[in-house]
Design a protein around this ligand. Sequence first.
Ligand SMILES: CC(C)(COP(=O)(O)OP(=O)(O)OC[C@H]1O[C@@H](n2cnc3c(N)ncnc32)[C@H](O)[C@@H]1OP(=O)(O)O)[C@@H](O)C(=O)NCCC(=O)NCCS
Length: 189
Amino acid sequence: MERQRAGDSIGLTIQLNSDTELRSIGLGDADEMFAAIDRNRERLHQWLPWASSGYSIADTYLFLSNSLEELARHESLTMTIRHRGNLCGAIGLHRIDHKNRSSAIGYWIDEAHEGKGIVTAACRAMVNEGFRNFGLHRIEIRCATWNHRSSAVPRRLEFLEEGILREAEWLHDKWVDLRVFSMLAQDWV
Ligand SMILES: CC(C)(COP(=O)(O)OP(=O)(O)OC[C@H]1O[C@@H](n2cnc3c(N)ncnc32)[C@H](O)[C@@H]1OP(=O)(O)O)[C@@H](O)C(=O)NCCC(=O)NCCS
């Protein structure tokens, strides 16, 4: 994996392979990000509380500007996932807690790019980033108990499954149980 710092918002690009890279977000991503969310709207709605039926481009702008402010305060790191230059998903280190040196990873990918190992590779790169460059000690991934594709990502990366948080998330119209996975810096190879 190549890693370079260059020209955009904070200028972080992480090359996953010759076709696919992670790029730190900028406000200029809004149109492309909204288009990807819009074409996956029904699918994302099943799993992600923010992907409501009324989700609009204004929500994408708000998300990007909040994420950039958090980035400036070192409270999160959000990256677009790009395949041959085109935005096909997003991944982030969220809720960075400096006192406890912990964070949580969230992700989604366009249906056309599902099933190719891109998210697992992206997640591996974000865990590397979190442990090596943000000084984290613990990284969590939380998935709805029936979101098997999402749970498969931390399992592939040998996160430890810690248990289930009962009714821990409000998903549009119901409470959802969340499976918690974690990785500690000393266990990450
Ligand atoms: C959850 C989600 C991100 C998982 O995406 P994904 O494409 O299944 O994950 P990956 O990109 O790691 O791909 C894994 C698949 O690629 C295959 N694969 C191919 N090459 C691979 C490689 N080099 N490494 C790992 N997996 C590889 C795996 O076998 C697996 O296939 P399978 O599903 O048939 O078993 C995606 O389903 C999604 O966006 N869902 C909606 C949003 C969501 O639920 N977000 C998470 C909320 S907690």
